[in-house]
Design a protein around this ligand. Structure first.
Ligand SMILES: NC(=O)c1ccc[n+]([C@@H]2O[C@H](COP(=O)([O-])OP(=O)(O)OC[C@H]3O[C@@H](n4cnc5c(N)ncnc54)[C@H](OP(=O)(O)O)[C@@H]3O)[C@@H](O)[C@H]2O)c1
Length: 267
């Protein structure tokens, strides 16, 4: 991939998968605007990547704030930056049963996991279309492709939305140089499971079920270049998604419900 001269925007750039996207995009020559709440981390990353000779701009924003996407786009316009590559990635899981978290928190969660993805894409696509080039990766999950388990209730549904949203956009931009993909990782080593408070459960997971961010991100960048709409990293997860797809729905639901207890907090 040669992204020299292009600008990328990565949300959730302060850790895990987002941080790796920033690294790989900068290595491929792209300038990157990095969004997350922890500005200190973004500044550290920016300093580390200086040697690539590309520009990285840290931009602190809380994407659960409904005003954030518009403010981000206003900042880009002030700076005269046109985004060519959008990586919508920021996210986490809210542990427990649906009603164990207040509606106010659930609403903020939907803002972060659904609305911010949709609004940033909407606001940036217009310019991509005018310039005839764009790459959009929405970071969904295997959880968006298989039946949901108990706990972290809105996580799976929000990821299913991202898969379907990406497919709809990919259909709209078919036969153009605007490619849209949903990246659907399985369990991947990041801070995600510390934030979700499921690290202990996850430590019991067999090693072969754990993916590394490097392969996940390089695979996603190749997939969007090839206009693959849904990309699942790792043969083990491709097999799992295929299996739950061919089994009768009730069987697949039963399997996911049972195994969900091993990695979800449903209380
Ligand atoms: N790791 C996995 O096993 C896995 C599997 C499937 C899908 N995913 C998806 O991959 C994406 C990235 O997760 P990760 O694994 O890289 O987790 P991570 O290491 O915890 O990183 C999450 C990123 O999201 C940012 N973020 C969270 N809330 C935010 C908010 N309100 N506003 C702005 N940024 C926010 C965090 O930054 P700040 O805290 O600095 O704001 C951080 O940069 C998520 O969408 C997740 O659902 C992860």
């Amino acid at each position: 991939m040669d992204y020299r001269g292009k600008w990328a925007l990565v949300t959730g750039a302060s850790a895990g998968i987002g941080q790796e996207f920033v690294r790989q995009l900068a290595e491929s020559g792209a300038n990157v605007v990095m969004v997350a709440r922890r500005e200190d981390r973004l500044k550290e990353l920016s300093a580390l990547l200086d040697s690539h000779g590309t520009k990285t701009i840290p931009l602190a924003a809380d994407l659960s704030d409904p005003d954030a996407p518009e403010s981000i786009v206003a900042f880009l316009e002030e700076q005269g930056i046109n985004i060519d590559i959008l990586i919508n990635n920021a996210g986490f899981g809210l542990p427990g049963k649906y009603i164990s978290t207040s509606w106010a928190e659930q609403e903020k969660y939907l803002q972060l996991m659904v609305s911010a993805y949709a609004e940033l894409t909407h606001r940036l696509l217009e310019r991509m279309q005018a310039r005839g080039y764009g790459r959009v990766i929405n970071v969904a999950s295997v959880a968006g492709l298989v039946p949901p388990a108990a706990g972290h209730t809105l996580y799976g549904p929000s990821k299913s939305f991202l898969v379907s949203f990406s497919q709809a956009l990919a259909a709209e931009y078919n036969d153009t140089d605007i490619n849209v993909s949903a990246l659907c990782p399985g369990f991947t080593y990041t801070e995600f499971h510390d934030v979700n408070n499921t690290r202990e459960q996850l430590n019991k997971m067999p090693d072969f079920m754990m993916m590394q961010v490097g392969e996940t991100v390089s695979g996603a960048l190749k997939a969007v270049e090839k206009a693959h709409t849904v990309y699942v990293p790792g043969l083990q997860y491709k097999f799992l998604v295929w299996l739950t797809g061919i089994l009768p729905r009730a069987w697949a639901e039963r399997i996911v419900r049972r195994s969900g207890k091993n990695y979800r907090d449903s209380q």
